[in-house]
Design a protein around this ligand. Structure first.
Ligand code: SF4
Ligand code: SF4
Length: 170
């Protein structure tokens, strides 16, 4: 899934497909770099928000959809708040992730989160420490969610199958 620095083929249809998917503000980016300077993920990883926007503008599909960087955004929206061009960066990244998943790319950590959701109804599993903490507060160890509602969990599983989400996750 990792990308390298070798130039890939330009695919103008890719830019159009991103715009058509509702992420049209990507065309407004004028490469000031404010988003990159605001990005907490970029401080500790190779993810560069500005570069991601430019790759989309130029149609570098093969640098975007299979890339590990696409999954390093925490969706904190700091970039959205500061972008002087009103580029909806977080929405664009979510759109790109949706496209990536449809092409068979998804970060393992995100797959695990999705698997937890499909299995338990919760994206984040309830650990023993939280179970014990709840009990010390006089609460049931299991919260009154799908963890204790079998019918609710079955409904989630039906939705997962009906939407094909399980196949996307693999
Ligand atoms: S802050 Fe906005 S205009 Fe500047 S590089 Fe980022 S997306 Fe582009
Ligand atoms: S939303 Fe993503 S890209 Fe934007 S600042 Fe936060 S981590 Fe960086």
């Amino acid at each position: 899934m990792a990308s390298d620095n070798k130039p890939k083929a330009v695919d103008p249809a890719f830019t159009k497909s991103v715009v058509d998917a509702g992420a049209d503000t990507v065309t407004l980016c004028f490469q000031c770099g404010t988003c990159t300077g605001s990005c907490p993920s970029g401080r500790v990883t190779a993810f560069r928000t500005r570069v991601m926007m430019r790759r989309v503008q130029l149609g570098f599909k093969d640098d975007v959809l299979p890339s590990d960087e696409l999954w390093l955004c925490t969706t904190c929206a700091s970039c959205d708040e500061r972008c002087p061009r009103g580029v909806k960066i977080t929405d664009i990244i979510m759109t790109l992730r949706n496209m990536a998943v449809r092409e068979g790319y998804m970060a393992e950590a995100h797959k695990n989160t999705a698997r937890s959701l499909m299995k338990t109804g919760h994206a984040i599993p309830l650990g023993d420490a939280f179970r014990k903490l709840r009990e010390t507060l006089g609460l049931d160890g299991e919260p009154p969610t799908v963890l204790t509602d079998k019918e609710g969990l079955e409904e989630i599983k039906k939705i997962v199958k009906a939407t094909g989400f399980d196949k996307l996750v693999g």
